[in-house]
Design a binder for this molecule. Structure first.
Ligand code: MTE
Ligand code: QUE
Ligand code: MOS
Length: 807
């Protein structure tokens, strides 16, 4: 049974409340931003006198107005507003607050900033040659790579150029801040990380955290873009609210949001690979360089994940991967669905294609021969064992289900005919896997807490640190809890995320929202359930006339007392989530009733039990903390268990490309994903489909155009995200049946990011379509990622486009 998203009926009827839907207060002010159009410049002077004269302008604010003008999620290296020098186009210099959005917009135009333009670093290559880096270089290594490369029968070396992408969430960055009594501020933000907002505001304004509450009800999409970068936006609203003692609202336009905020990190990776005549990889030496932009943001963690995913699904006995984040003069790049994963995976999948091309093999055979197995070839280059590995089965299932071999043959025949007879359409097919590690690679982030309240009518309010961005984390947690208590999902209300209920939380990121917060909430519910079970056992022995609801007011009966919780508080005791709670498992919670499994006829309604619990002074609330067990990854050695488990999947994509226009059409996609035991299959299918299509945009049409570091493609008119017309003509998605994911809550697997990485199959299928062309019979086609129409034309007609260089 497919249960819809809990906000679905609200979204389609326009009733969902987003931050900017909050009713405006009478004395509220509206904030506009003033940012640099230059990538690197000295600020010589700022003249705001004309803006100040405008009627309705209530204040103009600068970096100096912050108590501490500094923030940064991992490294605190970024000013909230630039004061003397700007380091990227879109860097905020000033805020203007006015009584209406129109006046604020008018005032913004009147503020004059004089710049002295400085030379800017705008390519990874320039950053490397000038040694402009963020943090040090990192290395993960196994075996003797140098020797194994030298002794390999075949070797090749090449590089891959990967561009960024915009998150294109529908709701731009937004915040409203309310000043409250006694120096408190309440901030409503569209953020994946309310604790970070609280933290940044607290530092920025010099107020203790106890004075700052950040509330996140929902986002209109986040996709990683609101993990770190929502915080300074919220700090702007908080600053103005604090200074003027009036509510303050900031709502970025799409254009401002795209220009100001960071995107997926571009990468340029080089590699040397050694392999045998069967296509088996013997050694890989890879160097990863990313464009971090002007400040650190999350780029070092993103690089780490890229390094940890450079193996993707393949066992590589001797492997070295070195990573370095470059400091350029672009907006600080940030988390984006998949984090670093897609940049490692794109590289290794290109390598596989090149090996197949060199050996004249089908790339699928090269993939299968290198795939992790369940025997000896099942440890990663960072020494984590790939447990419960489904990849070989996923490969063989999809190969036969989508009739890969038959279609491969007919596509090859079509291409030969097309080249002989000069037909414009070429076809390509490619089948690629994903193995995505679930956990934050920074261990301390893998914790969550939850507050569960059962009210006297038997309905629940649940608060966790997870934020809802459309992915359905609220539904998943509500279903997890309602199933545990045998109640309909509608009996559980997920409350807005708020730092006054759930503190010290991690961002809702790394696909772990449900895994962490759902587990914490389930622990809380199980504690209450153990008390209720103990109570039920006693109630079964007592005639109903003596129950507390009739007697507690008079005090005629002795109170029933139960142990506070029969469960251990050690979350690691829950290493196996498939087993129920040990004690009281004889008491069943089903269909709104509670009964002993040996006597199902004798039932108490859940509601009655709650009423009895209340009248016997048994607590109906719990607060719980949970952490992933068993993580041992050591960043200094690059070794250990970095992940709780892996989400795996495979996709086969068929494309056609038009040799006259360079246009790609995705004709057919088949996906099988292993999501363990799904909590809500409909939601998971939505995540798989949506993630894949979002990735498809990145690998095909979404190209960011900059001029001197200023983004020119800052609206859908110039930045091409996939439309419904671009989706695969035939799209088959199915989930793989896997009951064995014991480490994770209820045996489920995270679905948020992993499916995005399957989009690489489209990029490799585009290459596949070209390989029959005379100029690509020897050399593998050279294209950047994304393979835009222009990029495809360039690869088709390299001579013609030799002098044609896009910015
Ligand atoms: N799905 C929707 N609809 N909107 C989003 O913003 N973000 C993705 C993914 N799916 C996103 C989404 C990203 S980047 C992550 S990390 C996960 O959802 C976060 O949520 P989860 O951990 O609850 O899966
Ligand atoms: C995946 C992620 C994140 C990550 C590591 C991952 C992420 C994130 C951080 C991070 C790291 C260090 C910090 C910090 C955050 O690491 O989203 O505050 O000090 O924020 O593998 O998604
Ligand atoms: Mo997702 S990129 O981890 O927010």
């Amino acid at each position: 049974m497919h249960k819809p998203h809990d906000s679905a009926h609200l979204h389609v009827t326009g009733q969902s409340e987003f931050v900017d839907d909050r009713i405006r207060m009478q004395n509220e002010v509206f904030i506009e931003v003033i940012y640099s159009p230059h990538a690197h410049a000295k600020i010589k002077s700022i003249d705001s006198s004309r803006a100040r004269q405008l009627c309705g302008v209530e204040g103009i604010f600068f970096g100096q107005d912050f108590h501490e003008n500094l923030w940064g999620t991992i490294f605190r290296d970024q000013p909230l507003m630039a004061t003397s020098e700007v380091n990227f186009a879109g860097e905020v210099i000033a805020l203007v607050a006015a009584t209406s959005p129109a006046i604020a917009a008018q005032a913004r135009k009147l503020i004059q900033v004089q710049y002295e333009i400085l030379p800017a670093i705008l390519t990874i290559q320039d950053a490397i040659s000038q040694e402009s880096f963020i943090a040090g270089s990192r290395k993960i290594e196994r075996g003797d790579v140098t020797h194994a490369l030298k002794s390999s029968p075949n070797q090749l070396q090449n590089n891959i150029i990967i561009r960024g992408a915009d998150h294109f969430y529908l709701e731009s960055n937004v915040a409203v801040a309310y000043p409250k009594e006694d120096g408190q501020i309440e901030i409503h933000s569209s953020s994946q990380h309310p604790s970070e907002v609280q933290h940044v505001v607290s530092h920025g304004l010099g107020l203790p955290s106890k004075n700052i509450t950040c509330i996140v009800k929902r986002m209109g999409g986040g996709f990683g873009g609101k993990e770190s970068q929502a915080a300074p936006i919220a700090a702007y609203a908080a600053l103005v609210a604090h200074k003027l003692n009036r509510p303050a609202r900031i709502v970025l336009t799409k254009d401002d949001d795209m220009i100001m905020t960071g995107k997926r990190n571009p990468f340029e990776n080089t590699y040397q690979v050694g392999f045998d005549d069967n296509g088996r990889i013997l050694a890989l030496d890879a160097q990863l360089f990313s464009d971090g932009g002007a400040y650190a943001d999350l780029s070092t963690s993103i690089m780490e994940r890229a390094m940890l995913h450079s193996d993707n699904a393949y066992y590589i006995p001797h492997m070295r991967v070195v990573g370095q984040v470059c400091r350029t003069h672009f907006h600080p790049h940030t988390a984006f669905r998949g984090f670093g994963g897609p940049k490692g995976v794109a590289m290794i999948e290109k390598i596989i294609e090149e090996i197949a091309h060199a050996l004249k093999m089908d790339p699928l055979d090269v993939r299968k021969i290198n795939c992790y197995d369940n025997h000896e070839r099942n440890t990663t280059h960072y020494d984590q064992k790939v447990e419960n590995n489904c990849l070989p089965k996923l490969f063989s299932d999809l190969e036969s289900e989508c009739q890969y071999r038959r279609r491969r043959k007919s596509i090859d025949e079509h291409n030969q005919l097309a080249i002989r007879t000069n037909l414009s359409v070429l076809k390509g097919i490619s089948l690629t896997p994903v193995k995505f590690g679930i956990s934050f690679t920074t261990r301390f982030l893998n914790q969550a807490n939850a507050l569960v309240i059962i009210h006297r009518d038997g309905s629940l309010q649940v608060s966790t640190g997870a934020t809802e961005m459309g992915q359905g984390v609220n539904v998943r947690i509500a279903e997890l809890l309602s199933t545990e208590l045998g109640l309909p999902r509608t009996q559980v209300r997920m409350m807005p995320t708020s730092t006054d209920k759930n503190a010290n939380t991690s961002p809702t990121a790394a696909s772990s929202g449900t895994d962490l917060n759902g587990a914490a909430a389930l622990l809380a519910v199980r504690r209450i359930k153990s008390r209720l079970s103990a109570l039920a056992l006693k109630l079964f022995e007592i005639p109903e006339s003596r129950w507390a609801r009739h007697t507690a007011g008079l005090g005629t009966e002795a109170e029933i007392s139960v142990p506070n919780s029969i469960e251990t508080n050690d979350p690691n005791a829950h290493a196996d989530w498939n087993s129920g709670i040990a004690s009281f498992s004889d008491i069943q919670f089903q269909d709104g009733h509670v009964f002993h499994k040996d006597n199902p006829q004798k039932r108490i309604s859940f509601h009655s039990l709650i009423v009895e619990a209340y009248h016997n002074r048994i607590s109906l609330s719990e607060y719980s903390h949970y952490k992933f067990p068993g993580l041992s990854f050591n960043k200094l050695t690059g070794k250990g268990d970095a992940f709780l488990y892996f989400t795996q999947g495979v996709a086969c994509s068929e494309v056609s490309i038009d040799r006259d226009t360079g246009e790609t059409k995705v004709q057919r996609v088949d996906i099988i994903m292993d999501l363990g035991r799904p909590i809500n299959e409909a939601l998971d299918l939505g995540q798989v489909t949506g993630g894949f299509i979002q990735g498809m945009g990145w690998v095909t049409s979404e190209k960011l155009f900059y001029k001197d570091g200023l983004l020119l493609s800052h609206a859908p008119s110039t930045y091409k995200i996939p439309s419904i017309q671009d989706t695969p003509r035939e799209f088959n998605v199915r989930l793989f049946n896997n009951n064995e994911n014991r480490p994770n809550v209820r045996g489920t697997k995270a679905a948020g990011e992993p499916p995005l990485l399957l989009c690489i199959s489209i990029w490799t299928a585009i290459h596949d379509a070209m390989k029959h062309l005379p100029n690509y019979r020897q050399a593998y086609p050279t294209m950047e990622l994304p393979a835009t129409n222009e990029e495809i034309l360039k690869a088709l007609y390299p001579e013609k486009f030799k002098r044609w260089n896009t910015p």
